[in-house]
Each structure stands twice: as C-alpha cells, then as structure tokens.
Write a protein that binds this ligand. Structure first.
Ligand SMILES: Nc1ncnc2c1ncn2[C@@H]1O[C@H](COP(=O)(O)OP(=O)(O)O)[C@@H](O)[C@H]1O
Ligand SMILES: [Mg+2]
Length: 319
C-alpha cells in the first residue's frame, strides 16, 4: 500500500470539506459574482486600467496596440525598452504571450534565445489583433508591459518562467493561497494542468504546506532537485492585502487573484479570474467549504482590508 502515501485519494478529499465544481458554480460564482462585472477581469487591459485607477499595483504598462495601422510604429514606440512582454488582452492559459528579453541588431530576442525579425514581430501582432488567441476569436487588443524580474528567492525553483501566487479571495477575505512553479513539462508556464507544481501556502506565514504535481505529492522540484522547505514568501502580509483589496475594486465576491513577486517592484497583480479553479485545494490538502462558510457566517463582514487579512491569517493559517 506504499502508493497511498503519495496520492491524495478521493475519500480523503471529501472528509476535508472539498468544494466541488457544481457547488462552486451555483453557491459561490453565481451568487457572489455579478455577470456585469466579468468583463473587468476577462479583459486584461480593462483589469489593468481599473487597477491603475484604484491604486492596486500591477506590472507597469508600456504601450497598447488597438488597430492594425499602429503595428509598423511599434518599433519606434518601444525603442527605449530592451525587455518587455506582449500579450493578448483577452487571452488565457498562457497562449499568445511573447516574452522579449533583449535585442540583437534590429531583431528581438525571446526567452528561449531564438530571435524575431521586425517583420515577424509585426506578423505576430497582426495575428493577435485579429483574435488568434482571444476568447471566442473576437478581435483583440495587445498589452505591452514590464517584464517581471523573478525574485531571487525563486532562483532554485523556477524553470524558464515566472512563478505566480494565486490567492482565492472570498468577500474580500483571503481564504486560500498557492504558489505555482513552472517546470520543464509545463514549458515555463505556471499552469497546473500543463505540469506546473502547486504549493499550498500557510496563510499565516507564506510558507509552503504541501507540494503537488499532476495530483501527486512531491518533495523537490523535478528540474532543479531543490526541496521546498526553504521557501518563505517575503512581504507576505502586503501580498495578502493587495489581493484582498481586489474585492472592492472588482465587486467580485469569489475571485482568484494571480500575483507575481518582482525583484524590484515587490508583489504585483498579474491577472484576476472570476471562475477560479478548484485544484488549489489539492495543493493545500484542505477543503474550501469550511473556510467559505466561516466567512459567510461572520455577522459583520465589512471590515478594512488589514482586518480582513488578520482574520484570515488567524482563522485559516497554521500556527
Ligand atoms: N509581465 C510579465 N513578465 C514575465 N512573464 C510574464 C508576464 N506576464 C505574463 N508572463 C508569463 O505568462 C504567464 C501567463 O500570463 P497571464 O498574464 O497570467 O495570462 P494567462 O491569462 O494567459 O494565464 C505567466 O504565468 C508568466 O509566466
Ligand atoms: Mg494566468
């Protein structure tokens, strides 16, 4: 029965108060997320503008491309930047994201060391604008933003990608968090279904509780061989406060806030999700239901961000 040690089996999950897909949709998403607010998070440009207006920190915005005729002018517009990231405003799952990390003559250098000629970059931009990567193939817009500089604490734990931190925020209270690390099998992307690692995080401290890859418990990064116990997220309280503040800004009661930790800028909001996935529970070896119910049961839910974070750290964190 050795294999049982390494697998989280379904009966263990149900005992932990695991939230399932149907209950998530009907009891939480439908009840707490007004449909009219979805566009705010489904379009990354809208999210960004909203965040900038509300004082939530996001990766600095360099440029926006909204029409085909603007494409040839992009080289001059970005002449001052050696590094940047281009992404479809309505993209998802990491599709269509171009990370440029330098220049060689008039070519742009990608993270895998291959280069793009000015014409190739223009073709890429033209395809994105036509909706190649957008939800439903609708015409899209392109965001050009600061390239996140991976924080030194992740040096031993990332494979060609920026780790991100998902915080699930319910009615403004952070209820669960996980760190996602890219691996060679996830192609440098931090998506769990592509083989990235999910580490549940102790809400009180920002220290990992448990690590899983493709549903299996693991103890070290498969590419770098480093074990996870040295990880402790810096600036943890501020990170939770930034995530919690997204509730007032979006009006979404059940919200996944994806954050990154930039070497110089600290915690930043990368994107938000109105239909956050359920695997955060597997990474934490804990169910969401008891936590969501604890927040719902609060007689007085409206409290300042700092108080909400304190409540969650005390109630849902481990001593
Ligand atoms: N500004 C950035 N700097 C560096 N890497 C980025 C940046 N934006 C996105 N990425 C990379 O692309 C991945 C997906 O980006 P994200 O904005 O979350 O879009 P998606 O909706 O496609 O998941 C991130 O996990 C990260 O690895
Ligand atoms: Mg993402």
């Amino acid at each position: 029965m050795k294999w049982l040690d390494n697998w989280i089996v379904p009966w263990q999950l149900s005992r932990l108060g695991i939230l399932g897909m149907n209950a998530r949709n009907s009891c939480y998403i439908q009840r707490y997320n007004p449909r009219s607010k979805y566009p705010l998070v489904d379009d990354k440009l809208k999210t960004k503008k909203l965040a900038l207006k509300s004082g939530l920190k996001v990766p600095p915005l360099y440029h926006v491309i909204t029409a085909q005729h603007q494409i040839p002018k992009i080289h001059a517009a970005l002449a001052h930047y050696d590094e940047f990231v281009m992404k479809p405003a309505r993209g998802s799952g990491g599709n269509g994201i171009l990370v440029i990390c330098g220049r060689k003559d008039d070519h742009y250098v990608k993270v895998n060391d291959t280069t793009l000629s000015p014409q190739q970059l223009e073709n890429y931009l033209s395809n994105v604008l036509s909706g190649l990567h957008s939800l439903g193939g609708q015409p899209d817009q392109i965001i050009v933003e600061h390239r996140i500089q991976t924080h030194p604490i992740f040096e031993d734990y990332s494979f060609r990608g920026v780790p991100d931190i998902r915080v699930l925020v319910f009615l403004g209270y952070p209820v669960m968090a996980m760190l996602r690390l890219s691996t060679s099998s996830s192609n440098g992307k931090a998506n769990l279904h592509q083989g990235a690692i999910g580490l549940g995080l102790n809400l009180a401290t920002g220290v990992p509780i448990n690590a899983v890859q493709r549903g299996t418990l693991i103890t070290k990064h498969p590419d770098t061989g480093h074990t996870f116990e040295k990880i402790r997220l810096p600036d943890w309280d501020n990170l939770l406060k930034l995530a919690s503040g997204a509730y007032e800004v979006t009006g979404l009661g059940y919200l996944g806030v994806d954050m990154v930790l930039d070497k110089d800028e600290g915690p930043l909001i990368l994107e938000m999700n109105a239909r956050p996935g359920l695997s955060i529970q597997v990474a934490n070896n804990a169910g969401l239901l008891p936590r969501l119910r604890a927040v719902e049961a609060l007689a007085e839910k409206e409290a300042p961000v700092a108080e909400r974070v304190k409540f969650s750290q005390h109630k849902f964190g481990q001593k």
